[in-house]
Design a protein around this ligand. Structure first.
Ligand code: ATP
Ligand code: MG
Length: 329
């Protein structure tokens, strides 16, 4: 089982939309998928579950908050809840706005882990233990985590829990200037985690849980081109598109390679996603992937366009899993 995060602290670049469509495309290829909504905004949950089902999970204590509450309260161990099945081979752990309460305890947990304190390791490995627990619940092949747009303490534990991460981005100034901070933060976290694990070993801490490897591989980026004209990127965007490969290499790959993280040997561009305009809200309304829209939901040429996105998302899915560890340099 592998854990893959979709991460970019630049907001609105299509992370959630990609996680969902790529996950369902993987399931259609026979893989067992768990969606982990690690964004307190819970947009992935809204994409996956109808509003009344979201309310039920909240009332029944089946969201991520129910898992994390004992850790936050320091009243007990991480609690397992039943995942929500949404398709053959696809399950979701619903997100929860109270995730922010877990995030609040992460910085102190991190400091304590760096000091070699067992309680700090318990907090700092929570996301990893949760992903493993839920993945094992349904014998998942992949746990796909949707992260919120920040380089905060929760995303640090999520990244260190991951085998690899994908960077969705848009060809614009802000997305490009976000790349060095993605690389800088992630490589710092990798190095700090290594130091923390070193101190756990030196102190011969007797932990009753596994420590994640903490070496998330940058699997590559997906370039979103919401603003295109007849499939050709608008001229204003061309200059940014041309700059991405070098900026990605310098900003993300360079620092992570230096930190000793495995770098895939394939080219970093996993693929491009064009503007799917009204198909996106249409799919969101029926909790479907774009390519699952029916002929009554999307009519005529819209239906054909929607159906044809399967090869796009399947290609991205194959590109992502093909860049995981075995093929790395
Ligand atoms: N291929 C696409 N074509 C057109 N619109 C899209 C496409 N992908 C996503 N969108 C729209 O762009 C907006 C941002 O997408 P999304 O929520 O997936 O981004 P995000 O990176 O997860 O955002 P956040 O950082 O807030 O979590 C949404 O309104 C979504 O419907
Ligand atoms: Mg999102």
């Amino acid at each position: 089982m592998e854990i893959i995060s979709f991460f970019n602290h630049k907001g609105g670049v299509g992370k959630t939309t990609l996680v969902y469509n790529i996950g369902i495309a993987l399931a259609k290829k026979g893989k067992r998928i768990v969606f982990l909504d690690l964004d307190a905004q819970a947009n992935l949950t809204a994409a996956a579950l109808a509003p009344e089902r979201i309310i039920d999970t909240w009332n029944d204590g089946k969201t991520i908050w129910s898992c994390l509450k004992p850790v936050v309260d320091r009243s007990g161990e991480l609690r397992e809840v039943d995942l929500q099945q949404i398709r053959d081979n696809v399950w979701v752990l619903p997100g929860d706005i109270r995730l922010s309460e877990f995030e609040e305890i992460c910085p102190q947990g991190w400091t304590e882990a760096l000091a070699g304190n067992a309680g700090g390791f318990r907090v700092s490995t929570t996301v990893h233990r949760l992903a493993v627990l839920l993945g094992e619940q349904v014998s998942a092949d992949y746990v796909l985590a949707d992260l919120g747009p920040n380089v905060g303490a929760l995303n640090r534990t999520a990244l260190l829990a991951s085998d690899g991460f994908v960077i969705p981005m848009a060809p614009d100034l802000f997305s490009i200037t976000a790349l060095p901070s993605v690389g800088k933060s992630t490589s710092l976290w990798v190095e700090e985690w290594r130091a923390a694990k070193g101190s756990a070993k030196r102190r011969e801490l007797d932990l009753d849980f596994d420590l994640p490897l903490g070496e998330p591989s940058p699997l590559g980026y997906i370039s979103q081109q919401f603003t295109t004209y007849r499939q050709v990127p608008a001229a204003a965007y061309k200059q940014w598109i041309d700059r991405i490969p070098q900026e990605y290499e310098n900003g993300v790959v360079g620092p992570l390679r230096k930190a000793g993280v495995p770098i895939p040997s394939r080219q970093p561009l996993i693929g491009e996603v064009r503007n799917l305009s009204s198909l996106i809200p249409m799919a969101q309304r029926s909790q479907s992937a774009v390519f699952e829209l029916s002929g009554t939901e999307a009519r005529g040429s819209q239906f054909t366009r929607a159906r044809d996105t399967f090869s796009l998302f399947e290609g991205l899915a194959t590109g992502i899993i093909g860049r995981l560890a075995p093929e790395s340099e």
